[in-house]
Each structure stands twice: as structure tokens, then as C-alpha cells.
Design a protein around this ligand. Structure first.
Ligand code: ZN
Length: 173
């Protein structure tokens, strides 16, 4: 019998008396994360690790599509071309709504995007380079801000779990 590991079967619903096992699959209600959760996490990371970076424009954050590779992204939106102002939008991989993904993965992803904001990528701050990742710039920024351990934890978890997680999701569809 093939089972899905994360479906829990309460013992009372296993009827062994007839020699057959009747399994009632209970849909376990997961508490999926919301955009509000992302906003709160963004605010706390900003105040704890990026207090020197002023919020020059409105920075919005929400879950995007469920991507295989891209964990997060930062872009301009709500652009007012007449006055040259815009908001910043941080998009987080839609898979990360799932509470099976550790919270520190989301934290590390948001911190990574905030490093881009600090470097003037999709933000009104002066842009420090045309190439956001060149020369390990993000790793350096994460380290300067005391975030390299978080980044390491993220990389370790991803290398050990990400592809099996995606396979599981595929099998559930
Ligand atoms: Zn990046």
C-alpha cells in the first residue's frame, strides 16, 4: 500500500477486525501562510537587520507563483511615469505558503531581496552595480549584517530537501 507520509490516520479509524483495513483519509488542515505573515516578517527583518536603510518608497510583499527555482524577486510596480515614482514589490515563491517549509527559508529569502533594495535594485536608493549578484555581493552584504548563518541554514535545507519537496508536491497533484 502506498501512503503519503504526512497524512495522519487516527488509530480509532483503523478497523482491523474484518481483516481489511479501512482507512478514512482525513484532510489535515494546514495553516498556510498569508501575505500578512510576509508583511510582518519583512518589517521585523528590516528593523532588526537593515535599520540603516531608509524606506524611501512603499515596499509591498506577497506570495507569487509556485516556482521550482526562483525563491524570491524584487521589482518596481505602480510606476508613475509623470512624477518618476514607484513602489517596490517583493514576490516570494508561492510554495512557501506551506508550513512544511521552515520559516527561516522565508526569512533568508526576504533578507536576500532587502540586500538588493539596499543596493538600489528596484529601489530609489543609488544603484551600486549593474550586476546584482556579481562578486558575491549578496553574500558579503548578508555577512555584514549578521545574516550569513541564516543564509547557510537556507542553503543546507534547500540542498537536502527542496527537490524531494517538489516531487512530493507533484505526486499530490
Ligand atoms: Zn538576488
Amino acid at each position: 500500500m502506498s501512503t503519503v507520509d504526512n497524512i495522519k490516520i487516527p488509530p480509532a479509524q483503523l478497523d482491523l477486525s474484518t481483516g481489511s483495513v479501512i482507512i478514512l483519509v482525513i484532510m489535515i488542515k494546514k495553516h498556510y501562510r498569508t501575505d500578512r505573515y510576509l508583511e510582518k516578517t519583512l518589517n521585523s527583518i528590516w528593523s532588526q537587520y537593515f535599520p540603516d536603510i531608509q524606506k524611501y518608497n512603499r515596499v509591498n510583499i506577497c506570495f507569487g507563483y509556485r516556482a521550482k527555482k526562483r525563491l524570491g524577486s524584487i521589482r518596481r510596480h505602480n510606476i508613475d511615469r509623470q512624477i518618476g515614482l514607484y513602489d517596490t514589490l517583493i514576490l516570494i515563491n508561492g510554495h512557501f505558503r506551506d508550513p512544511e517549509i521552515p520559516a527561516y527559508i522565508i526569512k533568508a529569502t526576504i533578507a536576500h531581496e532587502l540586500c538588493h533594495y539596499a543596493h538600489g535594485i528596484s529601489s530609489p536608493l543609488p544603484q551600486t552595480s549593474k550586476f546584482p549578484h556579481r562578486g558575491g555581493r549578496i553574500d558579503q552584504e548578508m555577512e555584514l549584517r549578521g545574516l550569513s548563518n541564516l543564509e547557510k541554514m537556507e542553503n543546507t535545507w534547500l540542498s537536502q530537501n527542496w527537490y524531494s519537496y517538489l516531487d512530493e508536491q507533484k505526486a499530490l497533484q
